[in-house]
Write a protein that binds this ligand. Structure first.
Ligand code: H2B
Length: 104
């Protein structure tokens, strides 16, 4: 039994509110996309360093951009014709864990 209350998303589908707010990844154009904002460049780059290490371990690499304290990550699987696969979802979860370990 999932915890959290159920709410309707934009299309009217019922989703678990707690789960939907926990992950802020959006699926758009066959990519998982999330924007991150940090206090400063140092914190943003510390985050990126940790993501780079886990990505290399997984042999699954993000497209990303960074300007000062802002990071945008887009995940897709080239090897599967640029679609979202379990590899992307797993990396997204790992990235969320890095973030929460940073107290974010
Ligand atoms: N990263 C991503 N995001 N998608 C892939 O399909 C992919 C990758 N494939 N990293 C890997 C590397 C592949 O090219 C190598 C040869 O394993």
């Amino acid at each position: 039994m999932p915890s959290g209350r159920f709410v309707a998303d934009q299309s009217g589908k019922l989703i678990n509110h707690k789960l939907s707010t926990r992950s802020m990844w959006q699926e758009q154009d066959n990519k998982l996309v999330r924007d991150f904002k940090f206090t400063d460049f140092q914190e943003a780059f510390a985050f990126m360093t940790q993501v780079a290490l886990i990505a290399e371990k997984m042999d699954h690499h993000p497209w990303w951009s960074n300007v000062y304290n802002q990071v945008r990550i887009e995940l897709t699987t080239h090897d599967a014709g640029n679609t979202v696969t379990e590899k992307d979802r797993t990396l997204a979860k790992n990235i969320d864990q890095i973030l929460s370990r940073m107290g974010r």
